[in-house]
Design a protein around this ligand. Structure first.
Ligand SMILES: Nc1nc2c(ncn2[C@@H]2O[C@H](COP(=O)(O)OP(=O)(O)O)[C@@H](O)[C@H]2O)c(=O)[nH]1
Ligand SMILES: [Mg+2]
Length: 395
């Protein structure tokens, strides 16, 4: 009570307070009752364009002429006075704002001369030095080659990763003109299979799951590495250990949207006691009437995988069309391809052709990809007399 009479006394003595007190009271009521927190976007009456981001209301001062206290801020503008400023010049990283004209990006029969970038993609479960040596001997200019790998999260994958990293480090820390333009290594997010022996891996009943997992791995790899400058994508499996050194020049010269090399295998022929070769990859094929009939009678989620006696499709398989007396550049129309050594114009992938992990016209993975490319009106071809070699597996 005493303090109230004191206030009345003071007001009587000092008439300015008579004016100020109601004003202070009004302001307090306004702040408590009517002010909303407009630091949250969309709340309050301020339009979003008027919203200030945290870094804009930041009030730290920097010394523009010493590097010690120079902190970049998120602004492209510079404001200077002679001593202080609150905005330092931003160093915009190279390529931060980039323009690419996809219309001018080409994939031609003269790829090396035209300086077209090739992205070599490899799902890699185990590292084979011969695969790496083969990559190193390719004569296509390295500054135009990017490499991309996807490694399964398995014990064998971890081991492969270690070896791959050593191999890459050797090349990428060597002379500048010997380096690849870029190398990307991904660890797989989706399910991976630990190393299966060739026999188990090729058993028909594991095909659907294994091939679906491989499809996801290929998609993860493709969509994480393809760039606006990529002209070609070369799918090259980690167990392809021998190709001609002019592989990229030879294959791009055909100027085909999708083109598969013929994957063979070297082995020792015990009967004739000599080194010999035999077909390996049966995923490069032409559709047959029987294949179409089988597909027509299938349930929607059933798939056909090629190369199994249990599903005899009588499809012409490119592996059987090799003839050493015929021209090496002979082409063959295909409907299904494998991923062993297949060159794809980047626009085919960019237009949406990927590796279905689900039955797509009763096909999955690389075979489904060929079908998808065809549905996008791209031609799919193979080179029956152009051989590359898969390693021999002993089991
Ligand atoms: N990222 C990844 N790569 C794999 C996996 N399984 C196999 N690979 C790789 O995928 C490619 C094809 O697999 P492979 O088992 O050789 O198939 P095959 O030659 O058709 O019997 C090879 O480069 C393998 O190293 C996997 O689970 N994840
Ligand atoms: Mg293989």
């Amino acid at each position: 009570m005493g303090s109230l009479s004191l206030i009345t006394y003071r007001i009587k003595k000092n008439p300015i307070l008579t004016l100020l007190l109601p004003l202070i009271a009004l302001c307090s009521i306004y702040f408590v009752v009517f002010r909303t927190d407009d630091s949250i976007i969309g709340i309050g009456s301020l339009p979003i364009s008027g919203h200030k981001w945290a870094h804009e209301v930041e009030n730290t001062w920097y010394f523009p002429y010493t590097s010690r206290f120079k902190m970049p801020r998120y602004s492209y503008k510079t404001q200077h006075n002679w001593l202080f400023n609150d905005r330092v010049e931003d160093i915009i990283p190279e390529g931060h704002i980039a323009h690419y004209d996809l219309n001018k990006l080409r994939s031609t029969s003269d790829a090396a001369v035209d300086k077209e970038r090739v992205l070599i993609l490899t799902p890699l479960q185990s590292f084979d030095q011969r695969y790496w040596n083969n990559i190193l001997q390719l004569s296509y200019p390295r500054e135009l080659i990017e490499l991309g790998f996807i490694i399964p999260r398995t014990k064998t994958g971890e081991e492969a990763l270690k070896q791959l990293e050593i191999a890459i480090k050797n090349v990428q820390s060597d002379k500048k003109n010997q380096r690849f333009a870029k190398v990307t290594i991904l660890k797989q997010d989706s399910q991976s299979f630990d190393k299966l022996q060739e026999k188990e891996r090729h058993a028909l009943n594991v095909q659907k799951d294994r091939r679906a997992a491989m499809a996801l791995a290929r998609n993860e790899l493709l969509f994480s590495t393809i760039g606006p400058h990529t002209s070609w994508v070369l799918w090259l499996d980690a167990d392809i250990i021998e190709t001609p050194i002019t592989l990229i020049q030879d294959m791009t010269a055909h100027d085909k949207p999708v083109l598969a090399a013929n994957v063979y295998q070297r082995y020792y022929d015990e009967d004739n006691k000599e080194n010999a070769i035999r077909p390996y990859d049966f995923n490069n094929w032409q559709e047959s009437d029987t294949g179409r009939e089988i597909a027509a009678g299938m349930q929607p989620d059933e798939i056909i995988v090629e190369g199994y006696a249990e599903i005899a499709t009588y499809r012409p398989l490119m592996a059987h069309y090799y003839n050493k007396n015929n021209p090496i550049g002979e082409e063959m129309m295909l409907d299904g391809v494998g991923g062993g050594c297949t060159l794809v114009k980047a626009e085919v992938h960019r237009d949406g052709a990927m590796f279905p992990s689900f039955p797509f016209y009763h096909l999955i993975e690389t075979e489904g990809f060929a079908k998808m490319a065809k549905r996008l009106n791209y031609e799919v071809y193979g080179l029956p007399n152009y051989l590359v070699y898969h390693k021999e597996e002993f089991n």
